[in-house]
Design a protein. Structure first.
Length: 441
């Protein structure tokens, strides 16, 4: 901010959020596009619950140890003290053209609650105004272990950040958490401000020129304000990981690129389109920012994959085309989906209603010599009717997140069967496989 802009901000806004003195403020900076997008969406009365809920089990490494509840509380406060994003509140911006700005409090007492069992946590939390929007609930039911429920607004976190919090909570528990973070969310904001937004939009306009909406057929129009998606885990049958990995090595592509290609073929089967689009989620952890993988805060973004499917095209050529687009798009990954839709003059229409994401399972567990933390449950809102999640472990698993107003369980099973069929055919196909779509219930 310029000096006069900052003074105007201080005069107008600090009193509104019950901040008595400037000395209570550590920093002030604009919001990232994803943060503004979530806040704008919340203004709709039918908006969904944007809270991310992570259920974490804290277990002692040694059989004769017991997790200390008071130490867990103290450790979480240390984590809040360390990460500015956990001491953040949002205010309306005084700058024309920006929706909101964020104020980082110098000190914020963590909202920590204790219950006998996490089963008592049935209601969606409504965070108080002018307070950082997160709460840690600790259950004391377990004799040796502790279960925690972290509920945090999506404007403050993403999936990768939850892993950072788990890592730091484990470090704090054993007294090894450094006071200062390796990287701050403000460094991400500064990076965004240096980006050439116009050049980024030109890339996406060129990539998506002439693209038509590619909407997976649903049973009914999804209800506005669907608060969460149902998760169905569907393993890929009759396919060993070694087969698919060998296929990736043969083409020199990633497993994610193969799944993207497979999903494009599934979309063709169900929509009848040879030019398909779907979303995919980027973590933002490959951006050229020092220690970007250690930044606590939402860096994720949804980008668009466009796949043109020609009848005479080879499968290997298609997979490599998908990979090439994926790598090129990485240079333009900070462009918000809203600005792309605006540039395409599609603000009131959707270009796609499905997405593909990759979630490494190693982020779900962290341990040291004293404690082990495991992510045993998660809930977050997805804006798409159907999201296909590739999860890496010893065996390949595919999770489907879907709107219950758009699909039945039987329909998702049919889609999973079709995707499995495509993945089975790809390693032994030269031309594009034509999978027979399983009928939707």
């Amino acid at each position: 901010m310029e000096e006069d802009e900052l003074q105007c901000f201080l005069d107008e806004k600090l009193e509104e959020v019950d901040i008595d003195q400037v000395s209570e403020v550590e920093d002030i900076y604009p919001c990232a596009p994803i943060q503004e997008g979530i806040q704008l969406s919340k203004m709709d009365p039918s908006a969904p619950d944007y809270n991310v809920v992570a259920t974490i089990s804290i277990d002692p490494i040694r059989d004769d140890d017991v997790i200390d509840m008071k130490l867990v509380r103290h450790s979480w406060q240390q984590v809040v003290d360390r990460h500015p994003i956990l001491r953040t509140i949002f205010v309306e911006s005084v700058d024309y053209g920006r929706f909101s700005d964020q104020i980082i409090l110098l000190r914020s007492e963590a909202d920590i609650r204790e219950v006998q069992s996490l089963e008592e946590c049935t209601d969606v939390l409504e965070f108080p105004e002018n307070r950082p929007a997160h709460c840690l609930t600790i259950a004391s039911k377990e004799r040796r272990s502790v279960h925690c429920r972290l509920e945090i607004d999506h404007t403050l976190t993403d999936g990768f950040s939850v892993a950072i919090l788990m890592r730091d909570l484990a470090r704090a528990y054993v007294g090894k958490l450094p006071q200062a973070p390796e990287a701050r969310y403000s460094e991400y904001i500064a990076f965004l401000q240096r980006e050439d937004g116009e050049a980024h939009l030109q890339y996406w306009e060129h990539l998506l020129a002439g693209a038509q909406p590619c909407l997976f057929p649903t049973l009914s129009k999804p209800l506005a304000g669907q608060s969460e998606s149902i998760q169905l885990t569907v393993p890929v049958p009759n396919l060993r990981s070694s087969v698919l990995h060998a296929f990736c090595r043969k083409l020199n592509v990633t497993l994610f690129n193969v799944v993207q290609t497979a999903w494009a073929l599934v979309l063709r089967s169900y929509t009848g389109m040879n030019d398909v689009c779907f979303g995919y989620v980027t973590s933002g952890r490959d951006l050229p920012i020092k220690n970007v993988e250690k930044i606590m805060g939402p860096l994720i973004n949804t980008l668009i994959c466009r796949v043109r499917l020609g009848n005479s095209q080879s499968l290997s050529g298609l997979v490599k085309d998908v990979q090439r687009q994926f790598l090129e798009s990485a240079d333009y990954q900070t462009t918000s989906l809203g600005s792309i839709y605006d540039a395409l003059q599609m603000r009131r229409r959707r270009l796609f209603n499905t997405a593909v994401l990759f979630r490494p399972l190693h982020l779900d567990n962290v341990k040291n010599d004293t404690v082990s933390l495991s992510l045993i449950g998660r809930k977050s809102y997805t804006e798409f009717d159907l999201t296909v999640s590739l999860e890496r472990s010893d065996k390949i698993a595919i999770n489907f997140y879907y709107s219950p107003e758009a699909f039945s369980v039987q329909s998702i099973a049919a889609v999973a069967s079709t995707l499995s069929q495509v993945l089975l055919m790809m390693p032994r196909s030269v031309k594009l496989p034509n999978a027979t779509p399983q009928p939707l219930a």
